[in-house]
Design a protein around this ligand. Sequence first.
Ligand code: SAM
Length: 278
Amino acid sequence: MEDSGKLYIVATPIGNLADITHRAIDILKQVDVIAAEDTRHSQKLLQHYQIDTRLISLHDHNESQRAKQLIERMQKGLNVALISDAGTPLISDPGYGLVNQCRAEQLDVIPIPGPCAAITAMCAAGLATDKFRFEGFLPVKEQARQQALELLLEETATCIFYESPRRILDTIKLVGRVLGNERQLVLAKELTKTFETFTSGTAEQIEIWLREEPVRQKGEFVLMIAGMQRDMSNIPQVALSLLKNLMQELPLKKAAAIVAAHYELKKNDLYKIGLDLS
Ligand code: SAM
């Protein structure tokens, strides 16, 4: 709406204070109010950049009530920025309710891009980046955690998780149990900070690394798991080429059925390979 204020979703550093854009600083200086997850925490960042805009809190426990107040202010013409404790708001952080309601009220929501731990970790991990699946934090309860991992047994994309120091060791052990010890894992720790580390290996190897020096279990973690590698050794190259060609012209189900009949292969295997290829 023309005379209404706007909501800016502003990404902030995930460790290194220098990782903030010029545009983010300008916006944080210009808006009428900054909604932050933890105002005391964000005050340090604002002080560092001499930003004296008023801060108010917006966290999981007051989001719906705060969203209402902020929307009323925006409808009166005030501009609002949303930041979280670190990285991009809404990515495993509060803000979804506010953005959703702003959109419903036809208010402008403008993203100001910057750091995000998942993307920062993935771009330097050495795992495939063409397809990835961001899972955020695994559930806390043991059974739900196990079920969440079981759903990834056939996932061919790289999977990315956030994990807390309290649970990292248990999670690595569970990954080994559920997904097996063949998968390659990369654990990124303390990104952009002094003791940034990337450790790769199987779940077993990473467990050993974490246990070797318990201090390694402290800090912030992004865990990445390589996607399932489909065994295609029993599929002749000509069958794969035919599948690729037929997929261009026919629905995958039909293409897989034709190739399966022609080469005496399993329709379901070809269908899954087709999904990976598409
Ligand atoms: N919104 C943030 C983002 O854009 O990445 C994520 C917020 S989430 C509440 C916090 C989690 O992100 C941490 O528990 C950790 O898993 C991950 N994380 C944040 N900063 C990190 C860092 N510097 N190094 C590694 N992981 C980090």
